[in-house]
Write a protein that binds this ligand. Structure first.
Ligand SMILES: Nc1ncnc2c1ncn2[C@@H]1O[C@H](COP(=O)(O)OP(=O)(O)OP(=O)(O)O)[C@@H](O)[C@H]1O
Length: 300
């Protein structure tokens, strides 16, 4: 089947104008002899208006020019259609793209798209809401909320918000329910990760794979701020092994384990984000992997 690419371009993601990326994409796609069309992203994240175009006009690929929020919304809306998804990373963090080994340089990302090698990837659900990269509760979610309200996007704004929030960070109370066991914990934050990172190669779950059928859970428990900083850096650097669920109850500092599903009671209402987008928090969360639910174009 002849390839046809639908580019969805988010004008507000990241900090850079998308004109140069769009020009490169147009030029390189013409050169590759592939038909294409551009569509702007929509603020409400609902791409159902594209169903009939994609199906009737037999598009084979949907390529997202945006960040994780755009990736989440486009894939959630369109993953039931027979299309492969590609990404030209153009957000502030790009946690899914970088976790999948897709480079930031548009030409290199396009080379991957033109090779046409796709792999089935997992997503997951958080109280029914689709996620593909990472869901966070606590500190990083507070940062995501403040970032969303900041006048500018981009890495520097994100780093600023991390520093602003660090000194006021406090632990929240959680009750964790796994098939095998239950435990309570006071924690600064909990990351539930499908990709290995928050974005910008900050690998909070270094052992995570996008298609292993598992979620990586990282719980940064109550400790001094200095210890939290130190232990988080060890975690990001890959110094913490994934523990079996049997082991985790007795370990403090950072708990790192893998599971297909987790339920969390969040009575102290720690803030929450899904794929970097702030969402209203909930007191009870049910999170479960959705195996092999979309095809992503990646390097062979
Ligand atoms: N046309 C549009 N106008 C205004 N906002 C838009 C539009 N299209 C998408 N959005 C909003 O952009 C946000 C998604 O941005 P995205 O996550 O892609 O970029 P980012 O936050 O800079 O990067 P990252 O998530 O990788 O850190 C969503 O909140 C979405 O609603």
């Amino acid at each position: 089947m002849k390839r046809k690419i639908c580019y969805i371009i988010n004008p507000v993601s990241g900090t850079k104008s998308k004109d140069a990326i769009a020009n490169t994409a147009a030029k390189e796609t013409l050169r590759a002899g592939i038909f294409f069309k551009f569509f702007p992203s929509v603020a409400n994240g609902d791409y159902s208006f594209l169903y009939s175009t994609l199906v009737d006009e037999r598009y084979t690929d949907v390529v997202i020019i945006g960040g994780d929020g755009t990736v989440n919304q486009v894939i959630d809306s369109l993953k039931h259609l027979p299309v492969n998804f590609g990404i030209i990373p153009s957000g502030s963090g790009n946690g899914l793209a970088f976790g999948a080994g897709i480079p930031k340089t548009p030409k290199k990302a396009l080379e991957i798209i033109f090779k046409n090698h796709s792999v089935l990837m997992d997503g997951f659900r958080v109280n029914g809401k689709f996620a593909c990269m990472l869901c966070g509760l606590g500190f990083d979610a507070k940062v995501a909320h403040d970032f969303a309200n900041a006048p500018q996007r981009g890495l520097m704004t994100y780093v600023n918000q991390v520093f602003k929030n660090f000194f006021g960070a406090r632990p929240y109370s959680f009750k964790i329910k796994l098939a095998e066991k239950r435990f309570e914990t006071e924690a600064y934050f909990i990351s539930i990760a499908n990709s290995n990172q928050f974005g910008n190669h900050f690998t909070i779950a270094p052992m995570a794979s996008l298609n292993d059928g598992l979620l990586d859970v990282v719980i940064v428990t109550e400790q001094s701020k200095i210890a939290m900083l130190y232990n988080t850096l060890i975690q990001v650097g890959g110094g913490n092994k994934v523990r079996s669920i049997e082991e985790i109850k007795h370990k403090r500092g950072i708990l790192y384990f893998q599971t297909e599903a987790i339920r969390i009671s969040n009575w102290s209402e720690a803030p929450m984000h899904i794929d970097g987008e702030p969402v209203n928090t909930e007191k009870k969360l049910s999170v479960a992997i959705e195996k092999s639910c979309f095809n992503l174009l990646v390097n062979r």
